[in-house]
Ligand binder design. Structure first.
Ligand SMILES: Cc1cc2nc3c(=O)[nH]c(=O)nc-3n(C[C@H](O)[C@H](O)[C@H](O)COP(=O)(O)OP(=O)(O)OC[C@H]3O[C@@H](n4cnc5c(N)ncnc54)[C@H](O)[C@@H]3O)c2cc1C
Length: 424
């Protein structure tokens, strides 16, 4: 459907990927982002091979390779740093595309540069915050508030996509009674610091258990050969009122050290990493309940606006990219926009709703909780505590549900067939 005009509210990972994807399919798109001057915000994020495949098919493979670290292994450990499960990732696991650990802000700016180059500055409008929409049978009228002047801007298109994150205002108009995100009584402290690489420099480690754990991985290299290491400390805070989610809320390192100051393993000095971090950010562990529909007439949701999930298994960014590709395919293959949005909804929503619920049960990291319950003082051999059969079952069931198994990723057809690309 070539003569469509799509309006995207939100220029994050999902909204920008959608803009690139629609442009590739020859569909006109304009992105509205609330932030006036997008800066490289956030810390580390993971791109799974299935999403790297999509960005590669959008011509961004080389730029990604220059920006991110190709992750080769995932180690799940107990709170003493003892190995529970060692898993190959990315190319090392047989995928045809790497898994990248990357700075979220660098990824956003990389996408933004490509979007500006391809669809032009006029079609990427910053400082305009979505405030509401009206639709009739033939079009959708979308209102934005100009954050600099306070004036209202109106645009009209065939479709509106809400890619405006976990506090999506588009979703709020569709689900006015939904309220705030669901707080899982856990907080995350996150930062990045320069340090000597740990293990092989390309291993992601998750250590601990449900109530207290760390996630550590490299997201870049410094010119003098050091690694930029992303770390997250996660802690249960039962009974605490949910802090407002704000990606920029800072916390003092003393507060983090008070809980994680003793987490020093033979191969990783976490307290030293915490000491070396300039800014540490606090974020509550939140998600939202699955909803019964994303698409309503000419309006739909994508990424965190559609399926805000706990950051288990490094899924949120990757699934937003997959949404973008699935939506583009539906729009390319169907003549009626309303039918296309329903097709996208039917294809993506059941699997994403399933991941939201699975992540509440720890996804593949359930193995760490099992080790803590069965061997709180550590173990000599993990197989005395959890059988390899049990371990394999926990990890494999999640990979299949998330569409992440090697066979599926490597052999599924491209979302957008090269012969229908409007421009390489
Ligand atoms: C500042 C920031 C930092 C983050 N840091 C991390 C991190 O370190 N690690 C991690 O794993 N995930 C991080 N995330 C979340 C991660 O980017 C998402 O979970 C994932 O990439 C899905 O992307 P998304 O595009 O759906 O949502 P997001 O990446 O959240 O993007 C949503 C975009 O919509 C914009 N927006 C919001 N409201 C409006 C509105 N009313 N009108 C127009 N635009 C609007 C936001 O400014 C944002 O640019 C961060 C998100 C943000 C916004």
């Amino acid at each position: 459907m070539k003569n469509l005009r799509v309006i995207v509210a939100g220029g994050g990972i999902g909204g920008l990927s959608l803009a690139l994807s629609l442009h590739q399919a020859g569909i006109a798109v304009r992105v509205y982002e609330a932030v006036p001057d997008p800066a490289p915000l956030g810390v580390g994020i993971n791109l799974q091979p299935t999403a790297v495949r999509e960005l590669t098919e959008l011509g961004l493979g080389e730029a990604l390779a220059l920006t991110g670290v190709a992750t080769r292994r995932l180690n799940l450990c107990n709170k003493f740093g003892q190995l529970i499960h060692d898993e190959r990732r990315g190319l090392a696991a047989g995928y045809r595309w790497p898994q990248y650990s990357i700075h979220r802000g660098d990824l956003q700016l990389l996408l933004l540069r490509a979007v500006r180059d391809r669809i032009g500055d006029d079609n990427v409008r910053n400082g305009l915050k979505f405030t509401g929409f009206e639709q009739d049978g033939g079009s959708v009228r979308v209102r934005f508030a100009d954050r600099r002047s306070g004036s209202q801007v109106i645009d009209e298109g065939d479709i509106l996509v809400g890619a405006d994150g976990i506090h999506s205002a588009v979703r709020r108009q569709l689900y006015p009674a939904e309220g705030e995100p669901r707080f899982a009584q856990q907080i995350l402290w996150r930062a990045a610091a320069e340090a000597e690489p740990f293990l092989d420099g390309q291993t992601m480690v998750i250590a601990g258990h449900f109530h207290q754990r760390i996630i550590v991985y490299a997201i870049g290299k410094t010119p003098d050969g050091k690694a930029l290491i992303n770390w997250i400390c996660q802690k249960g805070v039962p009974g605490r009122a949910p802090p407002r989610e704000d990606w920029n809320r800072r916390v003092a390192k003393e507060e983090v050290l008070a809980t994680f100051g003793g987490w020093k393993f033979p191969w990783l000095d976490l307290p030293a990493l915490i000491e070396r971090s300039f800014h540490i950010y606090e974020f509550p562990l939140v998600d939202r309940d699955p909803v019964a529909g994303w698409s309503f007439g000419r309006v739909t949701l994508l990424g965190d606006a559609a399926h805000p999930m706990q950051p288990i298994g490094g899924q949120a960014g990757s699934q937003a990219i997959l949404d973008a590709r699935a939506l583009t395919r539906a729009l390319s293959e169907t003549n009626d926009p309303v039918t296309a949005l329903l097709r996208y909804d039917g294809e993506r929503r059941p699997a994403m709703n399933d991941i939201i619920l699975r992540n509440r049960n720890l996804g593949p990291e359930a193995a760490m909780q099992l080790a803590e319950e069965r061997a709180p003082n550590g173990f000599e051999r993990i197989n005395d505590v959890i059988s390899s059969h049990e371990l394999g079952a926990i990890v494999a069931s999640f990979a299949t549900a998330a569409g992440l198994d090697v066979e599926t990723v490597n052999t599924r057809p491209s979302y957008i067939r090269p012969e229908s690309w409007a421009r390489a």
